[in-house]
Write a protein that binds this ligand. Structure first.
Ligand SMILES: C[S@@+](CC[C@H](N)C(=O)[O-])C[C@H]1O[C@@H](n2cnc3c(N)ncnc32)[C@H](O)[C@@H]1O
Length: 285
C-alpha cells in the first residue's frame, strides 16, 4: 500500500485495459485525467477483497465474470439530488401537462409514460413521481408510469428501498416532504421513506444505455430524462443513444438533458429535435 492508502500504482497497460472494458461495455469515457480517480475507487474494491495488487485483481476479474458488473458499480459517478434543475419540473407542470390534458380532451388518452435513464439512487424519478402525482391527483382517470434505469446495480438497490437520510432530503420543498414521505422506524429511524403511493408509480430496471437491449418500445414515451449522463460518453455514443431516444418518444415528446449537456449540431440531427429551452428538446415530428 502506498502513502495515499491506495493499493499500488496502476500500470499504463492495466489502466488502458480498464478504460477499454469500461468504454466498450458501458460507454463511459475514462480519460487520462481520471486515472487517479480510477485508482482510488478500485483500491477500495481491492481492500474489500483483500487483494494486494491490481495485477491480482485483473486475474480475479478474468476468473469471475460477475465481477465486471461490480467494477462498473465502483467506477460510475452517481451524484444526484431531489429537485435537481427544478426548472425542468416547472416546465412540465406549466407547459407540457396542460398540453397533454388538452390533447386528452380530443383523443381520450390519459396515460403518461416517462423514463428516467441514468436514475442513480432514485431522487430524479421520485421527484417526477411527486410532481406528477401532485398535479393529477384530483383529475380523473390519469395513469402515470415512470420507468427508472441505471447500469449500476448498487444504486438501483438503494433506489428501490426509497429510504433517504436527512441530508439527502434537504432539497425537497416542505409540502412535498410532508405529503410523500414518512419517518423511518426501527433500523430506519432518523431516515425518511417514500410513501407507497409514489413508490408504486416507479419501476426500476437495470438498463445499459449503450447496449440498447432493453429500451422501451418505439413511440411509447412522453418524456425522457437523461440528465448528467451524456457528460461521461463520447460523441459517437451520445449520437447513437439520441437516435434511440428519438425512436422511443412519442411525436412531440420531450427529452431533458443535464445543465452542461446539449444536442449540438454534431450530435443530434437538427431535423430530429427542436430546442424549446436550454436542455429541453422536443421530438420532431
Ligand atoms: C451523475 S448520475 C446522474 C443522475 C441523475 N440523472 C441526475 O441528473 O441527478 C449519472 C448516472 O448515469 C449512470 N450511467 C453511466 N453509464 C451508464 C450506462 N451506460 N447506462 C446506464 N446508466 C449509466 C451512472 O451509473 C450514474 O448513476
Amino acid at each position: 500500500m502506498n502513502i495515499w492508502g491506495n493499493v499500488e500504482e496502476l500500470s499504463a497497460r492495466d489502466f488502458q485495459t480498464v478504460r477499454q472494458v469500461v468504454y466498450d461495455t458501458i460507454g463511459v469515457n475514462l480519460t487520462e485525467a481520471k486515472k487517479s480517480l480510477v485508482i482510488s475507487r478500485l483500491s477500495k474494491r481491492l481492500r474489500e477483497l483483500k487483494i494486494k495488487t491490481f495485477a491480482d485483481y485483473f486475474r480475479f476479474l478474468r476468473d469471475t465474470p460477475d465481477e465486471v458488473e461490480v467494477m462498473f458499480n465502483y467506477l460510475t459517478t452517481n451524484v444526484t439530488r431531489f429537485f435537481r434543475e427544478k426548472h425542468h419540473f416547472e416546465h412540465i407542470c406549466s407547459e407540457y401537462l396542460p398540453f397533454l390534458e388538452s390533447q386528452a380532451r380530443n383523443n381520450g388518452v390519459k396515460e403518461i409514460g416517462i423514463w428516467s435513464a441514468g436514475c442513480s439512487t432514485g431522487e430524479e424519478p421520485y421527484t417526477l413521481a411527486m410532481v406528477l402525482h401532485n398535479y393529477f391527483q384530483h383529475k380523473n382517470g390519469w395513469s402515470i408510469n415512470i420507468m427508472a434505469s441505471d447500469v449500476n446495480t448498487e444504486v438501483l438497490e438503494k433506489a428501490r428501498t426509497g429510504i433517504y437520510s436527512k441530508q439527502e432530503i434537504l432539497g425537497i420543498p416542505y409540502h412535498y416532504l410532508k405529503k410523500y414521505f414518512k419517518l423511518g422506524v426501527g433500523p430506519n429511524e432518523g431516515f425518511f421513506k417514500i410513501k407507497k403511493v409514489l413508490r408504486d408509480l416507479v419501476t426500476f430496471r437495470r438498463i445499459n444505455l449503450v447496449s440498447q437491449e432493453k429500451y422501451p418500445a418505439a413511440g411509447s414515451l412522453n418524456l425522457i430524462f437523461c440528465r448528467n449522463v451524456f457528460i461521461y460518453f463520447s460523441r459517437e455514443t451520445r449520437q447513437k443513444i439520441l437516435g434511440f431516444f428519438h425512436r422511443s418518444l412519442l411525436p412531440g415528446g420531450l427529452l431533458f438533458l443535464g445543465h452542461s449537456e446539449s444536442i449540438g449540431t454534431s450530435e443530434g440531427r437538427d431535423e430530429d429535435w427542436l430546442m424549446l429551452r436550454h436542455t429541453i428538446y422536443k421530438r420532431i415530428p
